[in-house]
Ligand binder design. Structure first.
Ligand code: F6R
Length: 609
């Protein structure tokens, strides 16, 4: 949510910063801006709209010369989408200029204080308030002024700050919102995530909460906001450029849907010991005893990750026989939750930065729970905050609509369930059989992907309809929820997902002639019950689109359209049944002319409450 990039070195900053912004654009895209300090001082250019609008403006107004600068792509929190509210923001006295990701919660009180001191504001943003505060406290040393200002603010921030009076210094700081410092030779690149860094260097470190870094071309100093010096933990970024480029695909979402077979093979690599029926998860070894003894599991997440968590609830109860519940992180954190001895909390998050999920995790830890992370982004805040965890290993997800992270999350929750199950009640035979089936999942996904053109043709028939239902039972009730979310978030079609039987308790009133109703109707324990629900929809004129198991001919006679998937054990089926739903959502959005990778009002990685 909001992309930040900063550069200090010897190369012209503008091009590098704009390239960085393009990589970070998926984090927010309502306006963009850049500031560079050069021979002629500080120059700022801002534009409403995408990074392309900023580039167009720079073309018109001329390049910004200089080898130090910062840039921002915005997802609005305070203030409407206008040029005045775009970042960078600057103060009115000291030549302070900053970009910010997060929310300064006490900005109103600080603004009143600064207004009383005579400062004039020209935007509605909390960011301008922070710039003014730093300017107010500035006495010739930018680092101290930033530290002093940050001691006064509450809320979340990742900031990069420069000052016209110190043209060879760049300061960055964070609390809550992520920030990575890339270390090149004679240059530093600061960015919200590694995608804007890897083209320049693979040496980097994530800035810790309440830490401030001072960068000059040949020196780096990291301290706390209390000015206590700290030593950062430098790591090697493993991302390669190919992973974050579109290649031959039209959209990142499509690329990521098609990457799922290889992504899941990666998730499983070296983790399935089919002989002993054991799952090998190095990250959990140290806590194996506690996992085996766990009395209760709470899985917490938001959005798509929550749907994966809901499948995790079925898996953990079904396979590992441990009482499990799922809770939206945003609710859990404010609910005064009861955490008894033996409770384990699992935070599921692609980005590892979702503000609510992080806060729920902190709440659970404060109350004494053992915490696990199911995270994609290595070294992200949640990954670092949890006691232990398992990475998804599905590679960077750029499309705002999550696809490969969803199947990766379900895959890892399956692994954790089997890790516990085999050490609790499950026999080696039963576990081995499931592991063998698990290993086949990537190939089965591949087979569904081969039907992408058929799914596009099918979607064309229904794409003009404005209301859809997605229904499923058991393991595939969350899959139905995920299908509905995918469709609504990128094509803006209204869709609801729910347990198939719940339809009769109200939503059935919505069904009119021709309404598309998508059933996840693969073979499983509740297949016959789903058939009954399908008949109920048909008799009210709804058009049934079924996701069914290959070879099921019965369903053809009652559904208008069928999307076939290979046979998979029910516990593993969501990783396969979700694929046609992802493809359908993708094609619906493309057919309706929507911007698939940058849906309106959304941004990847929700780092504010
Ligand atoms: C939907 C989507 C979001 C995220 C949610 C949690 O396609 O991507 O619903 O799943 O914002 O994000 P993470 O997994 O990064 O915590």
């Amino acid at each position: 949510m909001c992309g930040i990039v900063g550069y200090i070195g010897t190369k012209p900053a503008q091009q590098l910063l704009v390239e960085g912004l393009k990589r970070l654009e998926y984090r927010g895209y309502d306006s963009a801006g850049i500031a560079v300090i050069g021979q002629s001082g500080l120059s700022i250019t801002r534009a409403v709209g995408r990074v392309q609008s900023l580039e167009d403006k720079l073309e018109e107004t001329g390049s910004l010369e200089g080898t130090l600068g910062l840039a921002h792509t915005r997802w609005a929190t305070h203030g409407t989408v206008t040029q005045a509210n775009a970042h960078p923001q600057r103060d009115d006295t000291s030549g302070i200029c900053l970009v910010h990701n997060g929310i300064i919660e006490n900005y109103a009180a600080i603004k009143t204080y600064l207004e009383e001191k005579g400062h004039q504001f020209s935007s509605e943003t909390d960011t301008e308030v922070l710039a003014m505060l730093i300017g107010e406290l500035y006495e010739g040393d930018l680092e101290s002024a930033v530290q002093a200002a940050l001691r006064e603010v509450t809320g979340a921030y990742a900031i990069v700050v420069v000052c016209e009076q110190e043209p060879d210094v760049m300061i960055a700081a964070r609390k809550g919102s992520p920030l990575m410092i890339g270390i090149g030779s004679g240059e530093y690149i600061v960015a919200s995530d590694p995608s804007a860094i890897v083209a320049h260097t693979t040496q980097a470190f994530p800035l810790e909460n309440y830490n401030v870094v001072k960068l000059t071309r040949d020196h780096i100093r990291t301290s706390t906001i209390e000015n206590i010096e700290v030593t950062p933990r430098i790591m090697q970024l493993e991302m390669d450029l190919g992973q974050i480029e579109l290649g031959d695909y039209d959209h990142f979402m499509l690329k990521e849907i098609f990457e799922q077979p290889s992504a899941l093979s990666n998730t499983f690599r070296g983790r399935l010991d089919k002989k002993s029926g054991k799952v090998v998860l190095g990250g959990l070894d140290e806590f194996a005893k506690q996992l085996v003894k766990a009395k209760r599991v709470i899985i917490t997440a938001q959005g798509t990750a929550m749907h994966a968590a809901m499948i995790g609830e079925y898996l953990l109860e079904d396979l590992a026989k441990v009482p499990t519940e799922c809770e939206y992180a945003s609710e859990f954190r404010y609910r005064n939750p009861i955490i008894e001895d033996g409770t384990m909390v699992v935070a599921v998050s692609q980005s590892g930065e979702t503000a609510d999920t992080l806060a729920a995790l902190e709440e659970a830890k404060d109350r004494g729970a053992l915490s696990l992370g199911v995270i994609n982004v290595v070294g992200s805040t949640i990954a670092r905050e949890t006691d232990a965890g398992v990475y998804l290993r599905v590679g960077p997800e750029i499309g705002v609509a999550s696809t490969k992270a969803f199947t990766g999350q379900v895959a890892v929750l399956t692994l954790i369930s089997l890790f516990m199950a085999r050490r609790r009640f499950m026999s080696a035979e039963e576990s081995s059989a499931l592991l063998k089936q698990l290993e086949l999942v990537p190939d089965k996904i591949e087979r569904v992907l081969e039907t992408a053109d058929t799914i596009r043709t099918l979607t064309e028939k229904y794409v003009h309809r404005e209301n859809w239902l997605f229904l499923g039972r058991g393991y595939n009730y969350p899959t139905a929820m995920e299908g509905a979310l995918k469709l609504k978030e990128i094509s803006y079609i209204h869709a609801e997902g729910m347990p198939a039987a719940e339809m009769k308790h109200g939503p059935i009133a919505l069904i009119d002639k021709g309404m598309p109703v998508v059933f996840i109707a693969n073979r499983g324990a509740q297949y016959e019950k789903v058939m009954i629900n399908i008949e109920e929809v048909r008799s009210r004129g709804g058009h049934v689109i079924a996701v069914a198991t290959e070879g099921d001919t019965q369903i053809k006679s009652i559904a208008e359209d069928v999307m076939y998937v290979p046979d998979v054990p029910e516990a593993l089926s969501p990783m396969v049944t979700v694929i046609p739903l992802q493809l359908m959502a993708y094609h619906a959005a493309v057919l309706r002319g929507k911007d698939v990778d940058k849906p309106r009002n959304l941004a990847k990685s929700v780092t504010v409450e």
